[in-house]
Design a binder for this molecule. Structure first.
Ligand code: ATP
Ligand code: MG
Length: 245
């Protein structure tokens, strides 16, 4: 049995206000696998991703990366964040820095690369997301989809072992969604291990190896992406028809 790269075991999260957002979730992600997490608003999808890369701490449970527990004080938070790349709904690029410098910043300050090495790596990742021709642009002069591809490149530059995407296309105008999904699909095809929270059901069906359906903080269904066309539970069936409307 191959070992999981990312393993979430019995994760629970109760927020300070008392909301029990995640109620005992376990799943494994194998090397090269792409897993889509789907579910209604408030079902706990973002909470799970945020607990994985320690933007917040789970109330209970264990998160392992290559067998090593990462949700402990002993595991350095910066190291965890450089091993797990995360791309959010909004792009969070530095507006005053060119595309190139948005990418080299972390390489120079966290990875301790020289300026030359960092520039090389930035060109390499910008090419992968098809943004090399905008290397000297400022984020304000890019479309939302282009900004999001730069954000993906910035995460890739750190050579993460796993990438987490939290609704990477939900803030985009409809005509810009396709290019970002194509970029993510390309990474999946190259064998990047990833967990993608998405409302794009066709993306989950076509790109993901596996789908996890969250409902009220638990994994209500899980299986190959074919479960999207044949859900076992009435809740998942209703959820799918609600987003197809
Ligand atoms: N910082 C917070 N403090 C208190 N409650 C929170 C906080 N963040 C999220 N919640 C609550 O936890 C539950 C799960 O939220 P979460 O953001 O994980 O859902 P989601 O599945 O990502 O939803 P969406 O599809 O709308 O992004 C919700 O009831 C939400 O209101
Ligand atoms: Mg969310």
């Amino acid at each position: 049995m191959p070992e999981a790269i990312l393993s979430v075991k019995d994760m629970e999260k109760t927020y300070a206000g008392g909301v029990h957002a995640v109620r005992g979730i376990s799943f494994d992600v194998m090397e090269g696998e792409s897993v889509a997490i789907i579910g209604s608003s408030g079902s706990g999808k973002s909470t799970v991703l945020r607990c994985i890369n320690r933007l917040i701490e789970p109330t209970k449970g264990v998160v392992r990366l290559k067998g090593e527990q990462i949700n402990t004080p002993a595991a350095g938070i910066n190291e965890v964040r450089s091993r797990i790349g995360m791309v959010f709904q909004s792009f969070e690029l530095f507006a005053h820095l060119k595309v190139l410098d948005n990418i080299t910043l972390g390489l120079i300050h966290v990875r301790r690369m020289s300026r030359e090495e960092a520039n090389e790596e930035a060109k390499n990742v910008l090419d992968r997301v098809d943004m090399l021709d905008r290397i000297d642009a400022y984020p304000g002069n890019l479309s939302g989809g282009q900004k999001q591809r730069v954000a993906i490149a910035r995460a890739l530059a750190m050579k993460p072992e796993v990438m987490l995407f939290d609704e990477p296309t939900s803030a985009l105008d409809p005509e810009l969604i396709g290019s970002v999904l194509e970029t993510i699909r390309g990474l999946a095809d190259e064998g990047m291990t990833m967990v993608v929270v998405t409302h794009e059901i066709s993306f989950a069906r076509d790109v993901a190896d596996r789908v996890i359906y969250l409902d009220e903080g638990v994994v209500a269904e899980e299986g190959p992406s074919s479960i999207i066309d044949d859900p076992k539970t009435e809740r998942m069936r209703r959820f799918l028809s609600s987003i197809n409307d």
